[in-house]
Structure formats: structure tokens, C-alpha cells
Design a protein around this ligand. Sequence first.
Ligand code: SAH
Ligand code: SF4
Length: 465
Amino acid sequence: MYLPVLSPSASHFKALPLARRGDADEPVRGREPIVPRLGRPPRVHLWHIGCQMNDADHERLAESFAEIGFIPDVALEDADIAVLISCAVRSNAEQKVYGKFKELIPWKRERPGRAIALTGCMAVEHGSALLDRMADLDYMFDVREPEGFFARLQSLYGGDVDGPVTMPASDRLLAYVPVMGGCNEMCTYCIVPFVRGRESSRPTAEIVADVRRLVDRGVREVTLLGQNVNSYRDPGAGTGLPELLAAVDAIPGLWRLRFLTSHPRNAVPQLFAAMRDLSSVCEQLHLPVQAGDDELLRRMRRVYTVAEYREKIAEAKATVPGLALTTDIIVGFSGETEAEFEGTVRLLSDIRYDVVHIQAYSVRPGTAAARRADDVPLVEKKRRLNHLLDIQRGIALELNQALLASTVDVLVEGVGENGRPYGRTRQGKVAWLPAGSASAGDLRAGQVAAVTHWQLEIDAVRAAA
Ligand code: SAH
Ligand code: SF4
């Protein structure tokens, strides 16, 4: 697999899995991690930030730790090893990872033998340059190929483990299931294709088996994940996301099915028809638009026009009754003029999304857009961002007000500190139920009695059909 070299700092990044400091193929810098005899299984604290893929990687790593006899997901103060699953999509995500790492330094020094590992997109993006920058970092690995890291730990802590650890029965209702990795799009601002590689889909049969296992353990709602999930192709049959949704929908005991993130290029009528026809597939479509101006979209290399995007949305809405729409927007991209920004304002006002994730453009070294000037001043980016937020707040409230007195289904996820059960509707909206009317795991129908911009209040609650 060819990955273009990004920043100069990544130029000495070697083949994966990433080397650990002191490995034979890496010059020894600083000290070796001190690995004490614990006389008990090592305990691991896992922390992640960023997209749902990192959330899924967190789960997967926890399971792998349990398989090699380590105890995963303990509180930091109880841990011997801390694993940071990082994000590189914007500079502020990276800053949060550096911040978290700084917090770990006193934790590590408090007790000799503690160690820190870093994985996720920053590990791939910066490679061994991070070992210089983070003197207290003990291990680094590529989250897509963690085998070397686990083998290393097994050899270091072999005397302390007793065999696989049984994870406590989880009361998880919701789960993320990655169905494909990587992204073949080359949006000019985006680091994802560099750090996650080319698209590669998992076989449908394997995904179905995963979901079955989760449902057997009590999971009721599954979100299928991919950076570009609607370009999913079964490696054998060549079937796409609509067929995958049908295969997963057929699993008894699964109540709700969602998928993230769709690219407008692959948002096709067959997908909308599958959303309409498959009973578990929720009425929610996340279709990032990024900008509402053709020239801006061209500079971003999004490969659609505003008119094409609007047509897809119209078709999706016409096909799927009650469809909730969400999107991502970038403000202040290189050269974004006031007139171009106005196009985004118009698009947002016309489409009326339920939720909009708005980000200020953040230059990612090595991407095509990094060669252009980052010429929208930060104050102006913030102004544009806040302007869109203001508009969106009004729209979200109006859309929720339109739900007043209608009946919605809520999958109850828990009970809040106020004693009130909460969960989400099929459209993905957070909903609060009267105290005592349900517990976690219940599916309830009720009437929308009051709304805010972001939440619904439900009463007249009964068991859902
Ligand atoms: N594959 C998905 C998610 C990509 S990253 C998609 O195509 O939408 C999630 C969001 O982060 C993107 O939709 C985009 O809005 C934002 N993003 C990505 N790179 C960015 C950058 N350099 N600066 C600001 N926002 C960015
Ligand atoms: Fe990034 Fe574009 Fe791929 Fe999304 S589709 S991950 S924005 S390159």
C-alpha cells in the first residue's frame, strides 16, 4: 500500500506496525520502559477522542487486552498502562491529545513501571517524530495492526497473566461496528485518507456474525461505521450498503440500525429505498455537505455541485418519510469569500437540517489544501461559525416544535440524575421520559409534550409496538 509522505516530521516513519522505542530497527533513545513483576494481571486504562471509529477501536482494543490476559478499561489511578487513541483530523483534536499526555506524566512518575502507549491517527501521521516530542511515551502502534504491540506486551508481562480475562457481562445497548476502513476520496483539506489508508470492506458474512454476537449479548442498536460507508462493497459478491443493511436488518432481536458517514457521491436511490423498506433502519441520514458554493466545493474536491447535493436530499426526503437530516460544514476554508460563505448560509436555511456539525477550517500538513494560504483570519472563521450556529439553533427548534403532540419511539439508554429515563428517538433526538416510566433497555412510545433546540420531553408513555 502506498501512502504519500506527509509532513517532513513523518518522513522517517517506517513500515507498520510502528516501532517501540528501543526496538532493534529503531535507534535506542532515552530509557527502556521499566517493566516490574506485578504478580497479578496488568491493568489498562484506555482513553479515546475523535470519531466513532476511535470509539469502535477502543472497544476492539479492550477485547484484545482481555484476550491476552490484561484487565482492560480500569480507572487511570488503578492502571499500569495507559493507552491513548488519538485523532488528527483538526489541530484542536491534536492539542487535546497532547494535553491528555501531559496529564499522564505525573501519573506515570508516581509509580515506577507505569507506561504510556499512543495509537490512533496521530501515531500514523507523525510516526517516530512523536517519540522525540513525547519523552515519556513508551509504546506507539498502528491501531489497524496492533498485533506487534500485543505480542510485545505478552513477552514483557508474560509472568503476570493467568490466561484470557472474562470481560464482565456488559449492559451495552448500543454498539458501533466498523464495516470498512479507509477512504478513497481525496478531499483537499482532509487527513483521513493519509492516516486510515485506502478503502477496504469487510465481508458481509463477518459483519452479520459480529452483529449477531452483539445482539446475543443484549445490544439493541447498531451503527455501521465507515469513513465513506456508502461506498461499502462486499469483497466477494460486490454487493453494496443497501444489501448489507438488508442482511443486518434480518437479524432477530436487533431493533435499530444506523450507518455513518455517507458521501453524497454514493448516496443513491437504492440506499434511500433500503432505508424506507427495512424496518430496523432508522429515519436518519448524515450527509456531510461541507459547503454551499460550487467553486468552494471544487477547491475542496468534493466532486458534486450544490444542485446535485440538493437533488439527492430532495430524493431522500421524498423516499423516506420522517427523515432527519444531519451534516458537517467547514467554515473559513482557504480563500472562502463572503459570497461563497453566503451560499452555505442559504443551503443551511433551505435544507433545514436537524443537526449541523460546524468546524473552522484547520490546516493539515501534507494535504493538498495545505499548499494554499490559510487566509481567512481566525476571528472571521469564528464569526462565520457563530452565524451558522445561530441560524441552526432556530431551525432545530422549529423542527422539534413541529414534532409536538406526535408519537415517537424511544430506546431508553439510562436514567439521569433527576431520576428521569432518557434515550433517543429513531430520528436520533435525545428524549426525556417521566420519572419511573421506564428503565434502560426498554423501548417506549410516547407523545412529544415539550421541546428545546436539542431535546424532547415525552409523556403519555406506553410500551412501543
Ligand atoms: N468521512 C467523513 C468524515 C470525515 S472527518 C466525511 O466525509 O464527512 C469529519 C468531519 O471533520 C468532516 O466532515 C469535516 O467537516 C471535518 N474536517 C475534516 N478535515 C477538516 C479540517 N482540515 N478542518 C476542519 N474540519 C475538518
Ligand atoms: Fe476525508 Fe473526504 Fe474521505 Fe470524508 S470523504 S474522510 S472528508 S477525504
